[in-house]
Design a protein around this ligand. Sequence first.
Ligand code: SF4
Length: 395
Amino acid sequence: MPNTTHSNNLIFGSKRQLVLLRIWLGIGFHFLKKYKNPLLINRIRKQVLSLKQIYTAEFGITKMAFVDGKYYFNSNMNGWPSPLFYRPLDVEVKKGFAQAVSNLENLKMVQIALTKKCPLNCEHCYEGHELNKKDTLTLNDHKRIVEKLQNAEISVIQYGGGEPMTHVDDLVEILNTATDQSDFYVYTSGFNCTEKNLLKLKTAGLTGISIGIDHYIADRHNAFRRNEKAFQWALEAAKNASAQKLVVTFTICATKEFCSEDNLWKYLEFAKENNADFVQVLEPRAAGNYEFQDVYLSQDQLKILEVFFLEANSSPKYKQHPIVLYTGYHQRKKGCLGAGENYLYIDTDGYMSSCPFCRNIKTHILDESHEASIKAMKSEGCALPKSKIEIYENV
Ligand code: SF4
């Protein structure tokens, strides 16, 4: 059932323009304070715009989610106003001025698999081969990982798994031990996202949750997640997260079976009715439980996804619907955003890979050799099979 207490967090139209103006003024003030040279502002503006273009479509930012006093145009980035918002911009400007930035410092976001434990066994799980084996990383390891990432000023850290909410008290402790140098997000199926647990996480500093929900019909979602309670957990999680003023993202794996216009629009409506600020669309990849399977979308289906993404974010008809995020679109236009360029993935044993799907496993994050490993990821680029890259480039 839709949550009838839904409060619309989205801003658009003239209010959005006013906020964007305030953000630009904030950026100008930030860099004036930092470089104390107004003559550099135009050069800085160009570098900020080039970063913005990586994450936004041609029509720019048409709407934003306003959650707990901050504006978000992407739930994988920092909200504004916050000193963290300027951190990725600082890095881009430093690079533009040919100042040294290490490969680790260059990252905008890191996703960490907290645990191998999970009560589900979803059809698409990219950690399918590791689920419910013995965890190798200790709580102390996780604290050291966060410390290392925060020393490099990584401003967005996301926890996935396994199901990170099986270890809610560890998460609380990690967040309590961390500094306020990063925004933290949890990727969850909705399991264990009770009011009490989300309150504990919010109090410890959690910014948002991304709930994996793969169909607007309960039975279809439960079949995909191979658990008859999965849909109910996901909707409870959305309701509780919204009540705690967490940024709420519905993340969907848009499979061949799901990917039709009708399903996508119904899903967006469903996400709106259930408190989502964002809908994040992922394309299936032949990894984890999908390894060796032909799960890739056809060219026609990719086209359907792109049209949906563009229309949902640009048409006035959908101005009050959740913001749709679709990394595949940007990846085809501007190249891979993972692979150590803007983010990387740390698996359940602590080893770095380009992303959760491209497992070109490198060194352990706590090893000193991270710089060489990230450099190798960058030069390898996206690990999608070449035949698939060609199909995707032709969309
Ligand atoms: S996708 Fe997430 S919820 Fe599903 S089995 Fe894998 S770790 Fe668990």
